[in-house]
Design a protein around this ligand. Sequence first.
Ligand code: ADP
Length: 356
Amino acid sequence: MPFRIVSGDITKLRVDAIVNAANSSLLGGGGVDGAIHRAAGPRLLEECRTLNGCRTGEAKVTLGYDLPAKFVIHTVGPIWQGGHCGEEELLRSAYRNSLLLAREKHCESVAFPMISAGVYGYPKDQALEVAVSTIRAFLDEEENDMEVLLVIFDRGSFRFDVHLYSEISGYLRNTYDEEKERGSFFGDVAKSVAFGGVSGSRCSLFSRSKSTFSANCESAVREDIDEEAAAAAPNDLRKALENLDESFSQALLRMIDSKGMKDSECYKKANIDRKLFSKIRSDINYRPSKQTVLAFAVALELDLPETEAFLRKAGFALSHSNKADVIVEYFIRNKNYDMYRINEALFAFDQNLLGA
Ligand code: ADP
């Protein structure tokens, strides 16, 4: 998966490079900087002494020493001063320069902490937006082919868009069948693992009672979907999707062409790794995971009936007893095909992300 949000400790990650949110002396500090120096051992500080510091927004690289990562990219984020002192530009530069340095070192994987979102005081929601949009702009460039992880150390500090969170919560309250998912956890673990069911079944973020948020979604959503599917006369794309002789791989390639997309545009938008896409392209009988099918459905901007038909091709179906499915359904119904946003939402609701 080219971009992933993960929770955990960055010093434990086996990636080519981890990024350190350092201070301009590069001589160590608290927070993630302290954790990285502790885990890397004293040779890291020795090498840092030779670098003569680093300006805000710039980046420098050292070896990773005792860390599982080969390199540490040290960057200095801005100190938050209210937002009118160029903080956003400096934070974007810190991400971008770190990514360029990772590319220069031929890194295939790089992990970032939320730069400036700790003692430097950058508001966490804005820090997340800057991190995701800057990484995305980099990965969208044709020549950049890298796995980038954004590591959330303390899940409580992950600030997802409050309005969208409320909307999705309302949709879940009306649509998600939590009881069934719990049942399926014990009855069919393999199926749950296939798409986020396990992590989903352990969290119960939403009370089933109605609240003010649910007023937005008071319609009987499930009936709505059925009616919509019945009313919509199958269009050519849907008919073609129902063609049983066509495999998933063939259907995907045909739809990419019919949408006038370039392959790279499609797999990047789907958050699918180039190597996986090549595999699908060359193996007519490729059997994708459900996340992969959904990722392509989003990239191709399919509507709900089309998504259902596309899933059936690979032997899957959207389920209202699977929280991740319901969240993806929310985005598709609202024609919001922004994969990064969808993955932020899935992370916020403790579900597996889309893509591969
Ligand atoms: P800054 O000075 O740039 O704000 P901090 O180290 O104080 O840097 O915090 C940056 C981010 O790193 C914060 O979101 C903090 O929660 C996170 N963080 C702290 N320790 C770790 C760790 N071991 N792994 C990943 N992230 C971490």
